[in-house]
Design a protein around this ligand. Structure first.
Ligand SMILES: *Cc1c(COP(=O)(O)O)cnc(C)c1O
Length: 346
């Protein structure tokens, strides 16, 4: 795929920048699983402070953050309330069921957002035969909900509900910093009342690897056991943590550019025959492009786009997901939009 030079398939398509690579090369290191890697310790401290939690732990991926959170919070037979289109439902190999033994009670919501009023009736009454509702999980921003941002007051209401009903509250914060930038509200405001949350370093932040899971002191202590058990403990991980620290210094406020570029792409596609986009629904760096009226499948359109070195994510035969990120400039968005218009008309 090296000929693809405008890659809108995901914000995971970013490559480490020269500055990031220098920071990685210069990082002081030690043995991470003994708690002796100074750069990893610094990153964990920094992320814990950012999200307003006691402590944090460095992990290879966001998927492992979610799965360790479920393993800590849940016992086999427990239930997790989450959006039906959540990443944990669609894209983690049914890990909650396969690893923690928890089933997901899925809230139907196209944006991926639900309210305390939606969640309250899904909490099971405690009867012999009923699963035990243990956890509510939210995804900030919503990936397959199109990058929508949970309003802070909706999160706060959920926290009240969870605390009142003795439930744990977890945030899949893969793109929490996109939400913080888009809403103008700091990350720790979003996480108030949550027991665990995490941020992905390998998405919009532009790192090659890594995610940081944060939580209460008790939660992180138990998460460490699972990190060892699953083989997530590392050695000189400081070279990866250094990329994370660099990203927190250089790649956070600029997420606003990605959000503007996603909106721009939507605006540029308005009026394309057979194509439906909603610029006013673009809140962050993800947008949907409906192509059902073009008479072509998304695969056919993507094949044409590949000739121009451009690709989108075909979510279905009639809908693309496009994701903007730091390796796509405003000019490239205009180039991509022109190519998409041509490919749809061909
Ligand atoms: C990408 C993503 C994950 C998984 O993160 P990885 O680092 O790819 O394992 C989880 N949740 C959401 C919302 C994501 O977008």
């Amino acid at each position: 795929m090296s000929h693809i030079h405008i890659d809108l398939i995901s914000d995971t398509a970013t490559r480490p920048s020269p500055g990031m690579l220098r920071a990685m090369a210069d990082a002081p290191t030690g043995d991470e699983q003994r708690g002796e890697d100074p750069t990893t310790l610094q990153l964990c401290e920094r992320v814990a402070a950012l999200v307003g939690m006691d402590d944090a732990i460095f992990l290879p991926s966001g998927t492992m953050c979610n799965q360790i959170a479920f393993l800590v919070h849940c016992r086999p037979g427990d239930e997790i309330i989450a959006a039906a289109n959540a990443h944990i439902v669609r894209s983690e190999g049914a890990g909650a069921a396969a690893l923690a033994g928890a089933q997901i009670n899925a809230v139907p919501t196209p944006t991926g957002i639900f309210t305390a009023a939606d969640a309250a009736p899904m909490i099971r009454a405690q009867r012999d035969r009923a699963p035990v509702t243990r956890l509510i999980s939210v995804e900030q921003t919503t990936n397959f909900g199109g990058g929508a941002v949970w309003p802070v007051d909706v999160l706060q209401d959920l926290a009240k509900l969870a605390n009142g009903r003795n439930l744990a509250l977890h945030m899949d914060g893969a793109r929490l910093l996109n939400a913080a930038v888009a809403s103008g509200q700091p990350a720790n405001t979003h996480c108030k009342g949550f027991v665990s949350t995490w941020i992905d370093l390998s998405k919009g932040l532009g790192c090659p690897v890594g995610a940081v899971l944060a939580g209460s002191a008790d939660f992180i202590e138990r998460a460490w056991t699972w990190k060892h058990r699953l083989g997530g403990a590392m050695r000189q991980s400081g070279i990866l943590a250094a990329a994370g620290l660099y990203a927190l210094d250089h790649n956070v406020t600029r997420l606003a550019e990605d959000h503007e570029n996603a909106k721009l792409l939507a605006h540029e596609l308005v009026g394309t025959p057979g194509v439906s986009v909603a610029p006013d629904k673009v809140e962050t760096n993800i947008l949907f492009i409906e192509t059902s009226g073009t008479g072509k499948t998304t695969r056919q359109i993507n094949d044409v786009l590949a000739g121009d070195g451009i690709r989108l994510q075909p979510e279905s035969p009639t809908r693309f997901r496009a994701v903007t990120h730091l390796d796509v400039t405003r000019d490239q968005i205009k180039t991509a939009a022109a190519a998409i218009r041509r490919a749809c008309a061909d």
